[in-house]
Design a binder for this molecule. Structure first.
Ligand code: A3P
Length: 292
């Protein structure tokens, strides 16, 4: 089915970025051959994907931790559905790391072996909306919106890459028992990066030394990642995705920036929709930096 936004490709009810998606892979996604030691970061866009990609790369690869190798995180943990560097995934050595924005219902069947590890990162959707608004105005391959009001409508209707945020998180959460999945909250990572790294390490059964954990935390902070050309996606934005205006994947990296961009009325409208859609949803969200 075609969507009005020509940058979107709708496949089986979910919106992908048309120019970047590997359609052959999508056709065969269900049977994508997973390995027991594969690890996936799964997110709705703008929830902390590249941050977690960097954390996983640092956890798994000593050469990344001590900077003895010069490999972009995109090559360490490529996107499953956006295979922009045409990697033959079947030839990658184990353990393979991947990123993905797929919804639970498009997950490869092999995920249900419950061996494949999934780190699902979620973030309060007002900050996602705000981050996504800025991002889609900056990135040439996404449709720009002249106002946040216009983008908010698209976002709430799911007329964006990633479709409806509510469905994405609910889908993965409600089917969590079918998968080996850890839910990480962006705001908790922001508040206490070290504890978050340790929690991820525990899930991945990675017993690292204090020094290694220190090195991971240091290299995964916002300012250090922003300066790290292997991790900040600046080259990818320049060369593969393309910019229409100045901007970065690492924009602000804070909790609650939505307050600087949504009007009182927009915020209240968002709250009403959120209450209606998520009232029985058990995961908690943090909307403000001062909240616990
Ligand atoms: P903002 O636009 O609010 O700054 P994704 O990788 O899923 O596209 O998410 C991008 C968002 O994650 C951006 O949010 C970006 O700044 C934030 N981010 C990336 N690395 C981060 C880090 N090390 N610490 C905090 N936020 C980070």
């Amino acid at each position: 089915m075609e969507n009005e936004d020509t940058t979107i490709l709708n496949f089986k009810g979910y919106n992908f970025q048309r120019d970047l998606v590997d359609t052959d892979l999508l056709e065969n996604l269900e049977n994508f051959e997973v390995r027991d030691d594969d690890v996936f970061v799964i997110t709705y866009p703008k929830s902390g994907t590249i941050w977690t990609q960097q954390i996983l790369s640092l956890i798994y690869f000593e050469g990344h931790r001590n900077s003895t190798e010069n490999l972009e995180t995109l090559d360490r943990a490529p996107f499953l559905e956006y295979n922009i560097r045409n990697v033959d995934f079947s030839k990658r050595p184990s353990p393979r790391l991947f990123c993905s924005h797929i919804p639970y219902f498009l997950a490869p069947k092999g995920f249900k072996n419950k061996k494949v590890k999934i780190v699902y990162v979620y973030r309060n959707p007002k900050d996602i909306l705000n981050s996504y608004f800025h991002f889609s105005n900056m990135v040439a391959l996404l449709e720009a919106s002249d106002t946040i009001e216009r983008f908010m409508k698209k976002f709430l209707d799911g007329k964006v890459v990633g479709s409806v945020w509510f469905d994405h998180i609910r889908g993965w959460y409600e089917h969590r028992h079918d998968f080996n999945i850890l839910f990480m909250m962006y705001e908790e990572m922001n508040k206490d990066l070290r504890s978050s790294v340790l929690k991820i390490c525990k899930f991945l059964e990675k017993d690292l030394s204090e020094e290694d954990v220190d090195a991971i935390v240091r290299q995964a902070t916002f300012p250090n990642m922003k300066l790290d050309s292997k991790a900040n996606y600046d080259k990818i934005l320049q060369n593969e995705i393309g910019k229409r205006s100045e901007g970065y994947f690492l924009r602000k990296g804070i909790v609650g920036d939505w307050k600087n961009h949504l009007t009182v009325e927009q915020n209240e409208r968002f709250d009403r929709i959120f209450q209606k859609k998520m009232k029985d949803f058990p995961l908690k969200f943090i909307w403000d930096i001062n909240e616990d």
